[in-house]
Write a protein that binds this ligand. Structure first.
Ligand code: FE2
Length: 292
């Protein structure tokens, strides 16, 4: 597991392959400028206390922000402007470095993480300090991949991450225990899930892969043996640094830090340089059945 610092900001096959094999691309200082005013607008924003939100989210397609506490924001337009500006520049940067992925990528949300992660009081399933792979309950990927670009805008503190060995090493040991065979057996999902009206819309779009990844996310967080025995790599991302990683290939946890910005894109698995690196391919190889 490596941190790789691109020497030039231009597309290179080894950058794509590094990401797909579970490395982190790291930029010691942000590859695009963020004004001090934008940083201030963001850092003065609180999370909505009454809500279930973990972060403030920005939806580029709708130019909309959610998850903030209106009482804590003097000017929601400025907050939205700062999020829009970050999202625009992060996406432009991704186009510059990774055009092969961006050509068919789906643009997902950007987010801002205003709370200190150390000692944060969240239910186990939502805890960020336990190693996990990402899966989105509301936005199934059907085998495409979650690529996330992060920037630390804390003025003085690093953001501290823990990661572990990627899917290719992880899945052979843990996927069966997490119910891979069961997920592969029911291509349309458990009957009870299909009958629940509330989940009907999303559940109908979930492939066996999405259902497995959602349960794998929880399985890893609740597996004390995995959390303590797995290989661990610790990274300190200093103020103004940026990094990107496939968060469904690489198990990760955030130990401390606050004020991180992030933009997500969903990369079509057909865009990978090595398609065999996609988690869905690894899992299908293990269970011998199509998962999407
Ligand atoms: Fe995550």
């Amino acid at each position: 597991m490596e941190l790789i610092t691109p020497a030039q900001i231009q597309p290179r096959e080894d950058y794509y392959l590094a990401l797909e094999r579970g490395s982190i691309l790291y930029f010691p200082s942000s590859p695009f400028a963020l004004s001090e005013e934008e940083r201030e607008v963001l850092r003065s924003t609180g999370l909505s206390s009454s809500s279930h939100h973990k972060n403030i989210a920005y939806r580029p397609a709708e130019d909309k922000i959610t998850g903030f506490d209106p009482a804590d924001v003097s000017d929601p337009h400025k907050l939205r402007g700062a999020m829009r500006s970050y999202s625009d520049r992060a996406l432009a940067f991704l186009w510059k470095l990774l055009p092969r992925y961006m050509e068919k990528a789906r643009i997902d949300f950007a987010s801002f993480r205003p709370q200190e992660e150390e000692g944060r009081d969240l239910p186990a399933k939502k805890r960020n300090d336990l190693l996990h792979v990402d899966a989105f309950p509301t936005r199934p990927t059907r085998g495409d991949l979650i690529l996330r670009f992060f920037t630390n805008i804390h003025p003085t503190k690093p953001r501290v991450w823990l990661t572990s060995d990627p899917m290719a090493a992880l899945a052979p040991h843990y996927a069966n225990g997490a119910g891979l065979a069961e997920a592969a057996k029911h291509p349309k999902g458990p009957l009870v899930g299909r009958m629940l009206g509330v989940f009907g819309a999303v559940e109908g779009k979930r492939s066996p892969y999405d259902r497995f990844m959602l349960s794998f996310h929880d399985y890893l967080k609740f597996n004390a043996e995995y959390q303590s025995a797995c290989a661990k790599y610790r990274f300190h991302f200093p103020p103004d640094s940026a990094w990107m990683v496939f968060t469904d290939i690489v198990p990760h946890a955030v130990l401390s830090g606050r004020y991180a910005l992030e933009q997500t894109v969903i990369v079509a698995r057909g865009s990978l340089v090595g398609r065999e690196n996609a988690p869905i391919e690894i899992l299908q190889g293990l269970c011998g059945k199509p998962l999407a």
